[in-house]
Design a protein around this ligand. Sequence first.
Ligand SMILES: Cc1ncc(COP(=O)(O)O)c(C=O)c1O
Length: 148
Amino acid sequence: MNGEMVENAIRSGRIDGGENNRRVSFIFAAVYTGLLLPGDRIMGLDTPSGGNTSHGYYTPHGRKVSSASIFFESLPYKVNPQTGYIDYEKLEERALDFRPKILICGGSSYSREWDYGRFRQIVDKCGAVLLCDIAQINGLIAAKVCKL
Ligand SMILES: Cc1ncc(COP(=O)(O)O)c(C=O)c1O
């Protein structure tokens, strides 16, 4: 679902753009509150690129649709639209400018392997904590179908 689709779904009443979408997710309670203060910066894969709104997301009109985007500053990184792979060069450049406290890898619908070594290099350069959200692929990791 891209940002315009989220906006349309909210407008048409098919999804709730209000408090129900601002729920406190597990990742928020377990990780963010332990490591961050309100207003701290996080970076995750953009929701339209296959990330998850719990990693911070603003619709194209700036609507904040999760607690992560309400309480923290978030800047997404994206896939290259030509290849469908994460653009690691741009991610590194954005991370070095934005200096997030947490850089998140993992998402809801990114159908490629994650280059964890590359993420490690980037967090080491920008001084962030690397958080891997394996909510969707933990079974595949346990079965050794996906790397970790
Ligand atoms: C990658 C990922 N992280 C987090 C979540 C959301 O977790 P929670 O229900 O704790 O908000 C999902 C939900 O599908 C997800 O796919």
